[in-house]
Design a protein around this ligand. Sequence first.
Ligand code: SF4
Length: 508
Amino acid sequence: MILIYPPVAKACEPPAGIAKLSGALKHHGIKHSVLDANLEGQLFLMDSALENTRGSRDTWTARAMRNFERNLGALKDGNTYRSKDRYRRAVMDINRVLEKSVANDEITISLANYQHDNLSPLRSPDLLKAAENPELNPFYPYFKRRLSGLIEKEQPSTIGFSLTYLSQALCTFAMLGFLKRKYPEITLVCGGGLVTSWIRRPGWHNSFSGLVDHFIEGPGESALLSLAGIRAGFKMHYTPIYDSLSFRDYLSPGAVLPYSGSSGCFWNRCSFCPEKAEGNRYVPVGIQRATADIAFLVKQTRPALIHLLDNSISMALMKSLINEPPGASWYGFARIEDELTNMDFCLALKRTGCVMLKLGVESGEQAVLDRMQKGIDLQTASLALKTLKRAGIASYVYLLFGTPGETLADARRTLDFTVKHAAEIGFLNLALFNMPVGSLEAQELKTSSFYEGDLSLYTDFEHPGGWNRKSVRQFIEGEFKRHEMVSAILKKEPPLFTSNHASFFVME
Ligand code: SF4
């Protein structure tokens, strides 16, 4: 069996999904190999760009090509993260090389995205077109040779794709199309976060039956094992295996170890959240097991940073890390809870290596938070931000605008809250609300499709207060972002890699 992580996603850490599946397969003695085609594919394109466009007249491209090796080295060097400007230049120049590796004007590739002007990953017919014409995909020269070589060596009966992000969909289908045409005898399997969202979307219809033999929704271990003829319970947990993924090749200053202590979310009530809309169950790994896994993986991989991938790290896991510090810096998403207002707790958390928490504050108006069933109160949020700051833990704050329960006046209160806490907020993520198709609110409000794609996970809706998307966007761009204190925080955001690299800027 071969497990593949397809392009394009941020190549700053190894893919956790296939590492987990690899752990399950190894546990049951199933021969397999894993391929991070995302990292390899991006490096391949950049190498070919250096060969093909030498002597480019465009000054920026010429500089980016000339300094490519130096910039790549800089991105992997912690010292670069002491200077925002040096970091920005390295990222933007590397991105320039990747962008210029593609000759087709319809396609734009960046270190974080893949866009095709005429093919949408939200439309099944477009994904099928990508599969029918794999040679038109810019990664074709890479995957044609790489997959053929690997198949010849491994003789797999099954190849699985881990499709997590929309930016991976068109390339995944190009690879699937290539494999189906050249190796029709191999069983093709597709799973991952995006596939799960598609399948759990109301009205899901599988248009890919001639191409993909099996779609897997949710955690894929037991489904994959059963394809290999092994019956394993859904609740069985496997320690991820990163043996065959080369940590030093990723675009980060040191190894970043991703680990999930749970899937789903223990809160699972926020009205805007896809986790809730898709009915994803909360399945924790178990505190003892998670702590032991982390300790084992840290010993094995010696990471510079642990990325806890949980939708929300439970207090129980944090307390366990306090008792048994993992021995490396770490960051992840947390819910705002009373413990984060306690200085002793935050200092203890800091001592475990916690360098940054991502916090969904969402709104600066309590009534809006209550309407979205966020389950936090602003006084606690305010105190938590202050306490974390004093304890030396950075906050990456997430705000959401345009929910059905929000008005322009409410959004202005979010601006006030942000300005008032500007000294405590390390980084900011601003999002325009998208209504998940399967949410309760979508059933209660007048909705219409605005992405005109059968695979779109979101729907347009008539805002009960008349605050439409255009006005919300105008507020964010024209008012919120323009406030000098907000703009100063936004400038700190690492371009393209955003929260994935933010911790490196706050680590001592
Ligand atoms: S806490 Fe986060 S993951 Fe959990 S339901 Fe709310 S938004 Fe979703």
